[in-house]
Structures are given as C-alpha cells and as structure tokens.
Design a protein around this ligand. Sequence first.
Ligand code: C5P
Length: 209
Amino acid sequence: MAFTVAIDGPAAAGKGTIARAVAAHFGFSHLDTGLLYRAVGMATLDAARGVIDENMAVTMAKTLSETDLARDDLRSARAGQAASKVAAIPEVRSALLKFQQDFARREGGAVLDGRDIGTVICPNAEVKLFVTASDAVRAQRRFAELSATNPALTVAQVAGDLAQRDARDAERAIAPLQPADDAELLDTSTLSIAAAIQSAIATVQKRLK
Ligand code: C5P
C-alpha cells in the first residue's frame, strides 16, 4: 500500500518531531527533505571554497551520495543558511524531485517533511499538514537544540537566523513555503509535543479508515 503524509512548515515549527512520531506510530518510512538541501548546501560550500556557486550546487544535487547525507554538521545554522540558498535554485530542486517522489510512493506508507511536499512534490498526498508556531516559540525551540553544542549562542541570533531563512523560503520564485489549499493547519505554539503528535496522528488515522 502506498500512502503519503506530507508535512510542511517553517523552520523549527515542530514538523520534524511530528513527522518522526507519525512514521513510528504507523510503521511508515520517514524522509526529512530538509536534510537533502542541507547536504547539497554543505557539499557546495566545501567544493566551492565557502561560497554558494550555482553550477556547483546543481552538480552536487545531481550526484548527492549517502556520505554527503551522513555528515554530522548538517543540523548547524551554517548548513541551514546554505540549504535555503541552494533551495532557491530551480535545477537543484528538480534534481531532487524524483528521489522524493519515489520515496513518497514506496510500499508501506511514507511521511515526508519539508516546505513544498504538499504543494509540489506530492500534490496528491493522502494527508497534508502545515505545521506552524509563533516566531518567538520557534526561536526558543531551536535555541534549546543548538545551545547545547554552542554555549555562546543567543536567542536573538537564532531568531535572526530563522527570520532570514523564512523570508528566503517564502519569497523565492520556485516552490515557495506556503500551505497547500487542502492542507490542515496545525499551530503548535501552545501545544506540548505529545499533544501536537496526538493531533497529527488523529488526522492520519481519520484518512486511513
Ligand atoms: O527543514 P530544514 O530547516 O532542515 O530545511 C533547511 C532548508 O532547506 C530550508 O530553509 C529550505 O530552504 C530548504 N528546504 C526546501 N524544501 C524542502 C525542505 C527544505 O526548500 N522540502
């Protein structure tokens, strides 16, 4: 059985946590599509001496390997910024399209989280969720994640980084961050992790019946 759950939303809204939990609950496979763009971004910075060179980014997207995806610095703010720059290049997005679409239709069900899953990658997904949270809550959450390994970090720095990335993602010409018309909105600002997960599971359960 193929069954696709598309989860989109801005950075640090909780979509990764929700996607992982939904996948585990139903025994579906999970793909964090942001990781693909982060890997392309970091591979490009390495190959092009610290700059996002467009041609290099396209080459990296076309030749993305398991090793690129396994590096341990993909969760950093630098990788997030690099990702949102390469993600605005149409040829980078098209090079990653088939892999994501094949993943979405694999046997046994799949959950994909990202920015354009419900709008571009899987417009026919059985379930579409758009996960949001206030700017302040998202900054606090990402700060809690990153400050463990970077004690000098401030909440204001994290908030600035998220705002810059959100603007780039929402304003780009191709596959901008926006809810699909038929997506269910899930605002996690005042929800506990457990409550947010429960709500997403209930939505999927309804559609499975
Ligand atoms: O979700 P995450 O923060 O890891 O995504 C990193 C960046 O990758 C985003 O800011 C966005 O620019 C890009 N992205 C995208 N489309 C996706 C997933 C991520 O453009 N489906």
